[in-house]
Design a protein around this ligand. Structure first.
Ligand code: HPA
Ligand code: ZN
Length: 338
């Protein structure tokens, strides 16, 4: 089996996916029309042409503008279902998706509308597509601590639908310590924690996410490579890093994929995983990410298998389900390369 087919057929888990970042222009225009909302762009093509970013903030401006058409529960259902269909086509068997409630509640859309639409689709994903999932509620770090606390309280009636809280949006100027108290409260409520760190920010933000936010994994974590002590700690504790190759390329975190640190990270013993982040904006879903990085770094089938295995180890799955997936994966790899 050639490498592309091997990647396509591997049963995979995705751990770093913003549901609002899976909003394809075609669906965005369809929902805008039915909600009588005028987008700034005249066509799907002109919107796609605007997807040229020089840094994270350029992308975030378009990403938040895109969310403005999402008003009703059905809109959030359609957004999530659209991603799940893509996930199925990519042979994703388990996904842990992030959502940004504040991108919607700040526009007057009730928290309940957002979470009910997303969760109804995730339940259908389980029943009709056989995809298991966990939900991660991310706080927007450019907003205040008070706003994050308010969002945390709003989520409590839906506590059992949410596995973890996270931290995303503009990393520069918004370090993890800004949310130390909110994350402490979230842990008291029993949420796991994750955080974007070391995407555009320094290794200090990764230290902060570990020491102050007590995260179970780091989203991105690229800048860990600048700090040997940090690398040692991440290896020792086997803290997963959710790496997103095409996102890193499009947001200029790396100049080209051949200089991406993923392979070096893997060989050092870091628990790295491959994910798509915001696939509608960055030019590819999980298989595209694997194919692009495997080609740029000449990854072997063994290395790709290890990356996929890492994702299941890094997931929030209950142990029995994790083992079931790991056996499924092992069987596939054994058949293919051993
Ligand atoms: N980084 C930070 N915030 C985000 C991202 C990202 O890649 N995607 C959506 N929100
Ligand atoms: Zn992200």
């Amino acid at each position: 089996m050639n490498l592309v087919k091997y990647i396509e057929r591997l049963p995979k888990a995705e751990l770093h996916l913003h549901i609002e970042g899976s909003f394809e222009p075609e669906l965005m225009f369809r929902i805008a029309e039915r909600n009588n909302i005028q987008l700034k762009f005249r066509s799907v093509e002109s919107l796609r042409e605007a997807y040229h970013f020089t840094q994270l903030q350029d992308f975030l401006d378009l990403y938040y503008a895109g969310t403005s058409v999402l008003i009703y529960e059905q809109d959030f259902y359609d957004l999530t279902w659209d991603y799940l269909i893509k996930a199925k086509a990519n042979n994703i068997v388990h996904t842990e998706i992030m959502f940004d409630p504040q991108a919607h509640t700040t526009r007057g859309v009730p928290f309940e509308t957002v979470i009910k639409g997303i969760c109804r689709a995730l339940n259908d994903g389980k029943e009709k597509l056989g995809i298991s999932s966990e939900l991660i509620m991310s706080f927007l770090r450019h907003l205040s601590e008070e706003d994050a606390f308010k969002t945390l309280e709003e989520s409590l009636p839906y506590r059992e639908m949410i596995t973890a809280v996270g931290l995303d949006s503009s990393e520069r100027g918004n370090p993890p310590e800004k949310f130390g108290r909110v994350f402490a409260k979230a842990r008291e409520y029993g949420f796991f924690t994750v955080a974007h760190a070391g995407e555009e920010g320094p290794p200090e933000n990764i230290w902060g996410a570990l020491d102050l936010l007590n995260v179970s994994r780091i989203d991105h974590g690229n800048s860990s490579m600048l700090d040997n002590k940090l690398i040692e700690k991440l290896i020792e504790r086997q803290i997963p890093l959710t790496i997103c190759p095409l996102s890193n390329l499009r947001l200029k975190v790396v100049n080209d994929l051949s200089s991406h640190p993923l392979k070096t990270m893997l060989h050092k013993g870091l628990r790295v995983t491959v994910n798509s982040d915001d696939p509608a904006y960055f030019g590819g879903y999980i298989n595209d990410n694997f194919v692009a990085i495997a080609s740029a770094l000449s990854l072997s089938k063994e290395e790709i298998g290890q990356l996929v295995q890492n994702s299941f180890h890094a997931s929030f799955l209950p142990e029995s389900t994790r083992q079931k997936y790991l056996h499924l994966l092992d069987d596939f790899i054994n058949l293919e390369i051993r």
